[in-house]
Ligand binder design. Structure first.
Ligand code: C5P
Length: 219
């Protein structure tokens, strides 16, 4: 069974997707982490972010791997644990540029489909219901107000020691939404058969319960 969860930045997709996957015994695939890892690599290797050929050459040699960790799933770029590095502001603020590159998307979509081919899966991102898994049994489009999303991101950041002010986060989130929704290839949009959930005034438990009900109705 495939469950697709899409939506704008910081709408709570990964938190919810992880919990739903755990409850169902499915694997969880964070496709945003894959685009972030490519962005991290390009910044680290000092590649111009519009040099698609150079990025593709490096990506061809790069394995992106998810592995269980003590508290949360870890992300590896080859043998380097990049779990924390890919959440840093320089990656966050450049990822939309890299994720708009058509050949990068083609390559990562292929890898995402390979992961989904052999497992029951909850996959989250921007184009899962529209492009990666168009036949997913359940598609969720998760939204929340920009103000609420910035507040959530702020709280998360404080725990990680990242000190970006709330107002800056709000404008960064709005800008990332704008770029992700307006790119030429697989822009962020709700699939026609996706169910929209506005989490602005919902607790995490409420959202998880709602999705589990939808899963039960789908089976
Ligand atoms: O989900 P997260 O916020 O970590 O995603 C980071 C970025 O990766 C998004 O802002 C978007 O540019 C890109 N992305 C994408 N397609 C996906 C998942 C993420 O373009 N399926």
């Amino acid at each position: 069974m495939q469950i697709a969860i899409d939506g704008p930045a910081s709408a709570g997709k990964s938190t919810i997707a992880k919990l739903v996957a755990k409850k169902l015994g499915f694997i969880y695939c964070d496709t945003g982490a894959m685009y972030r890892t490519v962005t991290y690599m390009a910044l680290k290797d000092q590649l111009p972010l519009d040099d698609e050929s150079a990025i593709m050459q490096h990506l061809a040699k790069m394995v992106i791997r998810f592995a269980p960790g003590e508290t949360e799933q870890r992300v590896f770029m080859n043998d380097e644990d990049v779990t924390l590095a890919i959440r840093e502001p320089d990656v966050t603020n450049n990822v939309s540029q890299v994720s708009a590159l058509p050949r990068v998307r083609t390559e990562l979509v292929k890898r995402q489909r390979d992961i989904a081919a052999t497992h029951d899966i909850v996959m989250d991102g921007r184009d899962i219901g529209t492009t990666v898994l168009p036949n997913a049994a359940l598609k969720i489009f998760m939204v929340a107000s920009v103000t609420e999303r910035a507040k959530r991101r702020y709280k998360e950041n404080v725990q990680k020691g990242i000190t970006t002010p709330l107002a800056t986060l709000e404008s960064e989130i709005a800008e990332r939404d704008r770029k992700d929704s307006h790119r030429a290839v697989s822009p962020l949009r709700q699939a026609s058969d996706a169910i929209r959930i506005d989490t602005t005034n919902m607790s995490i438990d409420e959202v998880v319960a709602r999705i589990l009900t939808l899963v039960a109705e789908t089976k």
